[in-house]
Write a protein that binds this ligand. Sequence first.
Ligand code: 13P
Length: 255
Amino acid sequence: MHKIIAANWKMYKNRMEAATTAAEISAGLPGVLPEGREVVVFPPATAIECVAQAFRGQKALTVGAQNFYPAPEGAFTGEVSVDMLRDVGAEWVLAGHSERRHIFGESDEMVARKAVFALSHGMKTMLCIGETLEEREQGHLYVVLERQLTAFFSSKPDAMADEALTGRFVIAYEPVWAIGTGRVAGPGEVREAHGVTRALLEKFMGETGKKLPVLYGGSVKPDNAGALIALDNVDGLLVGGASLEAQSFLQIIGA
Ligand code: 13P
C-alpha cells in the first residue's frame, strides 16, 4: 500500500522557523523519498500558508491543519473553519489527536463530528485513535479502539459512501503512553493494535477497510522508523518531536 509519512509540529515554530524547515524538507526530499510514499506536514495554523508555499511544485508534499471547528462559519470565537484552512493551503486535517482529547476534553462524539464534517467539506482527514496506559493495562485495547471508531462510523451519513473515503481518510494509531515519552510501542504491541484496527475497519467497511492506511505514531525516531514501517498493517508514520528538525524527518521519510 501507498505509505504516508506525516509530521505533527504541535505548538512549535513561528513562520520563519516553519518556512526554513519546510524548505529544507523540500530540498532534501528528492534524494530520500521512496516510490509510492507521500509526506504531510501539520504546522501550527499561523504557519500553514508559508509551509504550503515552500512545498509548492512538490507533488509528494502536502500541508494539513491540526485543528478546526466543524461549522461552515459563525459566532465561534477563537475557532477556524476548514474553508479558511483550505484558503491558506491546507489539504488535510487531524481529528482526535490525543492532546485534543485529553488536554482540551474533546469527546469521541466531538471528534467524530469533526472528522465527518471535514470529509464532507472536501478535506482529507487523519483520525487519531489510541488507548491510555491505564486502559492498556486493564486489557481494554480492543474496547477503546472499537469505541473510538464506532463513534465515527455511527455518525457518518449514509450518503458518504465507504468507497469514497479511499485516498481521503486515514487512521493514525497513537498509543497515548508512547506520545512524547520516548517509549515507543514494541513490534508485538504495534502489530496487535494495527491488527485490531484493520479488523475493525473491515467490520465497519468490508473490503474498503482493507484499503485505508493505518499510520503508527508515538516516539517515532530515525532509528526505529524503518522497523516500524516494515510491520504488517503499518502504512505510514505520524511523527511529533523527531519531525521538527528537517534532517531527522528526512531520515524517517526515507526509512
Ligand atoms: P512524538 O513523536 O513526539 O511522540 O509525538 C507523537 C504525536 O503525537 C504525533 O501526532
